[in-house]
Design a protein around this ligand. Sequence first.
Ligand SMILES: Nc1ncnc2c1ncn2[C@@H]1O[C@H](COP(=O)(O)OP(=O)(O)OP(=O)(O)O)[C@@H](O)[C@H]1O
Length: 776
Amino acid sequence: MAVQRYSSELGEGLSTQSDEQQHTDEIGREQEYVSMLYRRLDGLRDQAARRLAEELRSDGGTDQARSQRDTVVRMYAEQVEQFSAVEQGLCFGRLDSDDGSRRYIGRIGIFDTGDDYDPLLMDWRAPAARPFYLATAANPQGVRRRRHLRTRDRKVVGLHDETLDLASASPTAHEELTGEASLLAALNASRTGRMRDIVETIQAEQDRVIRADLGGVLVVQGGPGTGKTAVALHRAAYLLYTHRRELSTRGVLLVGPNVTFLRYISQVLPTLAETGVLLRTPGDLFPGVTARRAESAEVAALKGRLVMTEVLANAVQDRQWVPDEPLQIELEQRDRLTLTPETCRAARERASRSGRPHNLARALFDIEIIHALADQEAERIGADPLGGENLLDEADVAEIRRELREEPDVRAVLDQLWPVLTPQRLLADLFADPDRIATAAPMLDADERALLHREPGGWAPSDAPLLDEAAELLGEDDRAAAARRERIRAQAREYAEGVLEIWRGSRSIDVEDEADGGEILGVTDLLDADRLLERQETGDTLTTAERAAADRNWAFGHVIVDEAQELSPMGWRLLMRRCPSRSMTIVGDVAQTGALAGTASWRVALEPYVADRWRLEELTVSYRTPAEIMAVAADVLARIDPGLRPPRSVRSTGVEPVDRTVAPERLAAELVDEALREVTGLGDGRLGVIVPAGRVDELGAAVTGALPEAAVGEHPELESQLVVLTVAQAKGLEFDSVLLVDPDAIVAESPRGDSDLYVALTRATQRLTTLRPLTP
Ligand SMILES: Nc1ncnc2c1ncn2[C@@H]1O[C@H](COP(=O)(O)OP(=O)(O)OP(=O)(O)O)[C@@H](O)[C@H]1O
């Protein structure tokens, strides 16, 4: 495959003057086409904004009409948002076919409404765009030439052609890489602290995963930097495009390991014009709870084990109390009633036998107890002084039951015997009380039980699957769900404000379109955020993602899990409940597992849910980590498992990693010096300083003391030029340069230390320096 012409900037790297002229002319022609596409994009966005404005102006009438109108309002608001989000790099490619036809490829599809809806720009996800990613000189798929267009804002600044013709193939080009020059340019670009989409340079093995069938469980295993996260996000966009109807009603959930990671990837889907995917950490998967409490790896590991299902089932049973002695119930204007342990036990058995969850079985328990108490009272007051049959009839006894049901003291006893519980209450009470733990967890040893004990106050990520399990055992509490829906409505207000912001922002871009713009009534002219919100509130206009986030019983159309190797068995259990159809993409690397209860084998993790009905795709090329750094990481990988092979690096930089020893007492000072040196040489790139978790506060303080702009903390700002973080925080992220501090301590502080070190070593796109404290 030949790289015929390549220029990162206008004219650069071209040999002759006529080459240069030809190239400039070509860019000029492409500019005309691209400018036309942007005019169309403006037109589409203005049209959506105009319709949005019209809808907002209309009053609606009946409730139903208003509700429909609100749905339409949201649709147009989303369109305005999406047309704005694809502004950068709208068109990035062109395919010239053997038959002389030509297709432009871009982030969205744009059609010529005046000419039979001919495609002016083809969505990268359309089947006809696929050769852009797959065609090779050996298998050109009818394509003669593939052109990569590089744009900055709305200007075409470079183009790069590949002729798919074996005769003119360059002996130096990699046959297996698509758009090699554009790919390498993207890989060598400075990092920004936010992940970028790879839509312009998706590689063939990645394309296969992205476009794999929707149904079933697909596992994507790949070493560090093989593009698993990128592929997961592009797959979400592809599936939404291809199965829009099904997935827009059921929704797509994407789970990532932590909040910092979700922030890192948050811009990718919007730039692919998809805003409806719900992004969540495992700690957010129980609606209404944001689980961020810190806890030790051992505690998290224990709570991740499946034995917790038994512990929780026991804990629920323990709340169904049978007293040892008879209970006396004193009632005003009535004689005292007595509840014997036998009556309580019989009622408990009946209610349990129903098979209903605890809270739903309470009604049965109440019936049993109230019947027993009413019989007792009826026997007493209806007794025939002459020794005959009881004088009360069935209606009288029913009346007694009704009265007893209203008695506060009777209700208090029922609450004591069989309390209605929220999952939060059950867990908080259990973990706060060693006696409750002892009763619920006889299968654990004393040390393990001690690990579970803690004071109430916030939830850890490992609690989310336990809360979910508890919710299953207890049954739904409708009030909690209603309160959550209310909170989500409040969040819709932020969305409404965001839409208005987009519109304000887009107006300043549209200066060219003044003639048209004059006719359009701006949204802000008509409505403020409050009124927009008010309109949204009149009907159920929450998006699928918002409704799904608030509803524990929501069944997603597709679930994607990134860094899935970190999920515990209890975590898998929760996730499978969210996706009964088992339409899932599981993305991860079992060699990078850091969590003690994490996944070491996909087969073991998935077997309980789908047996062997899952497919495996492997990604084998690392796009991030240069060969020089991968060689160092490979030694660590061999220690983790000699059978594992590292991914093949797509490039080498010629820069060998540096390994420096320093006197232990000089570590902080040397770190600061090294960080200063690296930052100075980085240009606009990013430096990541990865330190042992046990020393992050101390070393972070040393770095911020000298470089106040450095980011450190629970959720460090990744756009800072220098970020100090632990391996757990660095998982899934990348930096131009990495300073790895005290690797031996990183290995020593966790039973999965080698995996942690492997992760740390593979975060750099360009340079790696290790500082190793060593006593001479
Ligand atoms: N086809 C591609 N074109 C351009 N860049 C790519 C491509 N594939 C991957 N990359 C880049 O390589 C880097 C690594 O990708 P990504 O983070 O998705 O890898 P990963 O497999 O999830 O890594 P890890 O296991 O370390 O989390 C990212 O910067 C990504 O943008």
